[in-house]
Design a protein around this ligand. Structure first.
Ligand code: OAD
Length: 241
């Protein structure tokens, strides 16, 4: 008998920090080095698609090389050994959850190794560069691919599925997100409204601090695997009674 039947794990850039990736809003963060208005809005892409493609093509070259860390691997451990439905809702465009062998992953902010044709919606998965020269294999129109990254002002991906998960989960876990970007920062309140237990793993208190039942301060690569171990031991102890 497990305590939880339906677990949702929301992740942000902090879970990938120990894999060597920069977060967005910390001191060395991405948004302290680049302007959102130049690379992460649909207006920026319309103004200068070559520049925006170059930016994400470069990011892709870095992200293909990184490896998952102990926190990503602990999710796999939990999914393999804990008898519940366990979903991963990530704001991260890296593919470290996939590399770690996680399952049931929802990339609400898109993913770096994809581009979407703005003409027909065809999604291309590739680690190669994507440029304005590319022709869509589905509608045969050139220059309509956009990185499949959700820019500021765009709708998030797979939100119907995620909303249903939030309403039905009994444990909501947040790992390494600052809780300032809408709508992911509202997920904890939805889960709480539907009576889930809520727990946050972060280096420090976040903007969403008040909404969580429990906070675990520290590096996710250290704190989250311990939590997984506790959950698995609790379940084993109940099974042994
Ligand atoms: P942020 O950079 O806003 O926040 C990262 C969080 O991770 C901070 O709260 C840190 O304290 C925490 N953190 C850093 N290292 C950690 C570690 N080793 N263990 C635990 N926590 C750690 O990143 P996000 O919240 O993910 O959107 O940002 C949300 C969105 O804003 C991103 O998905 C991105 C950005 O604009 C898109 O790219 C579409």
């Amino acid at each position: 008998m497990a305590k939880y039947n339906n677990i949702v794990i929301l992740t942000g850039a902090g879970i990938s920090a120990e894999s060597g990736l920069a977060t967005f809003r910390d001191e060395e963060g991405m948004w302290n080095k680049h302007r959102v208005e130049d690379v992460a809005t649909i207006q920026a892409f319309a103004r200068n698609p070559e520049y925006v493609h170059d930016f994400y093509n470069e990011m892709k070259k870095d992200l293909i090389k990184v490896e998952p860390n102990a926190a990503h691997l602990a999710i796999t451990e939990l999914q393999k050994n804990y008898p519940a439905k366990i979903s991963v809702v990530t704001q991260n465009v890296d593919t470290l959850h996939e590399k770690a062998g996680n399952e049931n992953i929802y990339h609400i902010h898109g993913q770096i190794n994809q581009a979407v044709c703005m003409n027909c919606g065809n999604v291309l998965t590739t680690w190669n560069d994507v440029t304005t020269e590319d022709v869509c294999q589905q509608c045969h129109v050139q220059g309509m691919f956009k990185p499949n990254i959700v820019f500021f002002g765009e709708n998030l991906l797979c939100m119907n599925e995620v909303d249903a998960l939030l309403r039905s989960c009994d444990l909501f876990v947040s790992i390494g997100t600052s809780g300032v970007v809408f709508p992911a920062n509202t997920f904890v309140r939805t889960a709480k409204y539907y009576n889930a237990d809520t727990i946050e793993f972060n280096l420090k208190a976040t903007a969403n601090n008040y909404a969580f039942d429990r906070h675990v301060i520290g590096k996710a690569g250290e704190t989250f695997p311990k939590f997984v171990e506790e959950l698995l031991q609790e379940t084993k102890a109940v099974a042994d009674i």
